[in-house]
Design a protein around this ligand. Sequence first.
Ligand SMILES: CC(C)(COP(=O)(O)OP(=O)(O)OC[C@H]1O[C@@H](n2cnc3c(N)ncnc32)[C@H](O)[C@@H]1OP(=O)(O)O)[C@@H](O)C(=O)NCCC(=O)NCCS
Length: 214
Amino acid sequence: MIIRQYEPADRQSIEEIQFNTYFLGKSMSKFVSNRKPFSAELARYFEESESIFVAEDKGRIVGYLIGCLDDSKHNKRLSYANFVLSNFTKSLFFSKQDRAYWASRFAFLFNILIGKSGELKMKTPANAGHLHINLLPSSRGKGAGSKLLQAFFRYAKKKGIKVVHADSFETRLNPNKSFWIKNGFKPYSRIRTLSWKKQLPKEEIYYVCYVKAL
Ligand SMILES: CC(C)(COP(=O)(O)OP(=O)(O)OC[C@H]1O[C@@H](n2cnc3c(N)ncnc32)[C@H](O)[C@@H]1OP(=O)(O)O)[C@@H](O)C(=O)NCCC(=O)NCCS
């Protein structure tokens, strides 16, 4: 397994892994066939591609860490609302199944706005970097995730970054809390989310902001 910085030729593999892990570590293919909105959601991170690291196994990209050194560059709430609303509107032209998914995202957004889903109460640290990390199922539990974190920490520290955070779903379906704790993160904020209510009506899911000082 090689951990290295992103190269432009990696982009398609990253987009595929994002789609195949987007649903609590599992594929979105059960719910949607149109992958374009998901690739589009990633696009802004490629503007800071030096903050992206990949795990490569026998010539194949099996995981990524997408970093950002300055969280304040993105208004995450606004861009998420924009992402959902624009795809909900466009979904008139999507398949019936895809339309149902985007309608469920619209309902989620509404639940955020009326406070039923706790996202507006989620706190994230100021002046911090942040990261998203995902590995293909067959490459998990072998240390690649921790190595990707170490590579990003070394890089971010050199760039003068003092604090990083990662926002992650907490659910028994994809238990990853120990991964964050083992790698020195501490829970900073935790809210109950209805993000996957339509897909998993009975599941209790929390959204947790984990923070680490570098
Ligand atoms: C979470 C994730 C990035 C961890 O990377 P990893 O390479 O599997 O983790 P490592 O091998 O470096 O560390 C293993 C530790 O992570 C924890 N862990 C979390 N998810 C795990 C998984 N699916 N398989 C194995 N270990 C997992 C274990 O507690 C393990 O600790 P242990 O070895 O003491 O039991 C990876 O499993 C993954 O992509 N999971 C699905 C998507 C996800 O949850 N992404 C993060 C949310 S943004």
